[in-house]
Design a protein around this ligand. Sequence first.
Ligand code: SF4
Ligand code: SF4
Length: 135
Amino acid sequence: MQKKRVVFNYPSHLVDQPVISKMIKDFDLVVNILRARITPKEEGRLVLEITGKKSSLDAGFKYLSEIGVEIQPLAQDVKWHEDRCTHCTACISICPTKALDVKRAHMEVSFNRDKCIACELCLPVCPYQAMEILF
Ligand code: SF4
Ligand code: SF4
């Protein structure tokens, strides 16, 4: 089994189509929607965690590409600007997945993209705009 965190970009004509239910029923995938929004151009943006066999994931992603859904890894859309981070730790207790964490011995903050679910909770608490989410 594999687990992937991805961002789907839907063209406007697919926004009301049952794409996610097809992923679940036809490709035997477990789909957890982490975030969803419609952009001002009426395109859909979904942040998803998808779990399934590698062959099912490959087949599901192939189907999506064929119908015009763009897929990108979530990591591309979340940025920690390390140069702006002062290691103040204000974000540590708010991050639900420990994507932002601190090594107490040195009070050094680090960011693990693989754990981030793009919930945006860290954005308003960071005094230095060190976290950026590009959607
Ligand atoms: S977006 Fe959410 S999960 Fe990601 S680092 Fe910020 S608080 Fe943590
Ligand atoms: S709140 Fe911002 S500056 Fe402070 S540790 Fe977190 S990312 Fe760095």
